[in-house]
Design a protein around this ligand. Structure first.
Ligand SMILES: Nc1ncnc2c1ncn2[C@@H]1O[C@H](COP(=O)(O)OP(=O)(O)OP(=O)(O)O)[C@@H](O)[C@H]1O
Length: 466
């Protein structure tokens, strides 16, 4: 049985060839406009969505990959190495003059590569912050143990003078091509020479609102269960990736910033619930300012959303009391939780299906690599034994059969279905027999895919032994 895991070794991948990923010098990628349909445009109709991942998934993953690799704009004068992180690139999407404060400090988020593991991380830097006590970092240790699908994981924190000030840096997992809830739903759209477009109340579908309620409540529950408080449940600090997947970001930072102002965790957890309720109000009404006018906010809310959603929001923003807890939100959510689960499972099934097709494609690429290694080797051009006899001759004729067929008028047959079918049969080593004809049409051979597969295996293993 063909073992794809053994393949990198068989094909002689050289891990050293990937080294540039770990070093700062060659890590630069300039975004080029990409035709996302480049690869699939000419595919035969019969193949549609059977052999390749769907266009929207491919586009989304490509955007993420691009977001991970885009080079920072020149002239930023950022530190080359920041405690083991290099290639810093700011992730701010807004104009520098529209900066908001994080508590009372300015913050900037950078993407940076960790030199040890080569993985990109999101570094949130708090400017001009002087750490008074090292014990402030104990909260980061507690946060780094929290792992949840709706929370951006916290990795580590340190102080630095590399930005020519006293900065605090907290390292989080990086989720490429993500946006904040504010950017996705509340930001006004500015188009040159046109009136700015402000978001309208009730734009987010009720279904999506419930999905946010469930995901955020789930995250808050994990935090409270860990004996912590989120401390910042805010539209600018919740990330949205892909299709409505949300994650609390910036966790742990307020604990460090406000270390000196010791506060009771139970009280802070009650505050989390109030902030959560205000966030729902802002999303429902399409404006952050509505929290200053609750009667108006509830009037708008009632106009666009169900009584159940209002009830959850009112419960959250209502007066804090010792027995109020995030678990009660799930009692109010009821069967909507099942709808959310259904959608998650359907999405997982769809992705698994797409992964299956890529698995097939991965096998075929490895097979094509073997073909490439064997066929037309220049050093064997004059050694007829190697390319024109026995096994190699069959492989050569098979290559012509797969790729170089012509129709009755002598035009090339460019049929991807034919190629993929042949390669799949070859990979499986079926007993089906085909007729291979020499280029001068003077001879023909009838062989099975099984026999051709054996030829390829032996030719390739002879090559890799040399
Ligand atoms: N962990 C992360 N992974 C990927 N991108 C992130 C991460 N954290 C933040 N970002 C991105 O960085 C950008 C800036 O984040 P930030 O929290 O500063 O939001 P903001 O709207 O600029 O808020 P503020 O005005 O407080 O700076 C956002 O677009 C967000 O998508």
């Amino acid at each position: 049985m063909y073992d794809p895991n053994a393949d990198p070794a068989v094909l002689g991948y050289d891990p050293a060839g990937l080294d540039s990923f770990y070093g700062p010098t060659q890590y630069a990628f300039t975004r080029q406009p990409l035709n996302y349909h480049l690869y699939t445009k000419p595919r035969p109709e019969t193949l549609a969505h059977r052999y390749f991942i769907s266009d929207d998934t491919r586009e989304e993953l490509t955007r993420r990959s691009e977001a991970t690799q885009t080079a920072p704009p020149p002239g930023l004068n950022l530190p080359e190495d920041l405690q083991g992180y290099h290639t810093l690139a700011p992730l701010e999407h807004h104009e520098p003059d529209k900066r908001r404060r994080f508590v009372t400090w300015y913050s900037t988020v950078y993407r940076a590569i960790n030199s040890k593991d080569g993985v990109p991380y999101a570094l949130r830097r708090i400017e001009n912050f002087r750490l008074m006590q090292q014990s402030a970092f104990t909260a980061i240790e507690a946060w780094s143990r929290v792992r949840h699908p709706n929370i951006v994981s916290v990795r580590e924190a340190f102080t630095t003078r590399s930005f020519s000030d006293n900065s605090l840096v907290v390292v989080h997992d990086y989720h490429p091509d993500s946006h904040t809830l504010y950017e996705a739903h509340l930001q006004a759209l500015y188009v040159p020479y046109q009136m700015p477009k402000h978001p309208k109340p009730g734009t987010i579908p009720e279904r999506t609102m419930w999905s946010y309620v469930i995901q955020i409540a789930n995250a808050i529950r994990a935090v409270h269960d860990a004996g912590l408080a989120v401390r910042i449940v805010d539209v600018t600090k919740i990330l949205i990736t892909g299709k409505n997947r949300v994650r609390l970001s910036a966790c742990g930072i307020v604990d460090v910033l406000m270390h000196e102002a010791q506060a009771d965790v139970a009280f802070l957890q009650q505050e989390d619930l109030v902030m959560f309720g205000q966030l729902l109000m802002q999303l429902a009404c399409g404006a952050t300012s509505v929290i200053h006018n609750p009667p108006k906010a509830m009037e708008l809310f009632a106009r666009f959303y169900s009584a159940d959603l209002q009830k959850v929001t009112m419960f959250l923003i209502g007066t804090p009391e010792p027995r109020k807890n995030i678990g009660q939100v799930f009692d109010m959510v009821g069967s909507r939780l099942l709808a959310e689960m259904d959608e998650m499972q359907t999405a997982a099934d769809r992705l698994e299906g797409e992964l299956m097709s890529e698995l097939e494609n991965g096998r075929l690429v490895r097979l094509l690599c073997k073909f490439g290694f064997i066929n037309e080797r220049p050093e064997f051009a004059r050694e007829s034994r190697w390319s024109e006899t026995g096994d190699r001759y069959i492989i050569k004729l098979f290559r012509d059969y797969v790729f170089h067929q012509v129709d009755e008028q002598g035009n090339p047959v460019v049929n991807l279905t034919h190629v993929l079918t042949c390669l799949n049969k070859l990979d499986a080593g079926t007993d089906e027999r085909i007729m291979l004809i020499s280029r001068d049409e003077q001879s023909c051979l009838v062989v099975s895919y099984k026999e051709i597969k054996a030829c390829i295996e032996s030719a390739f293993s002879e090559l890799s032994r040399r």
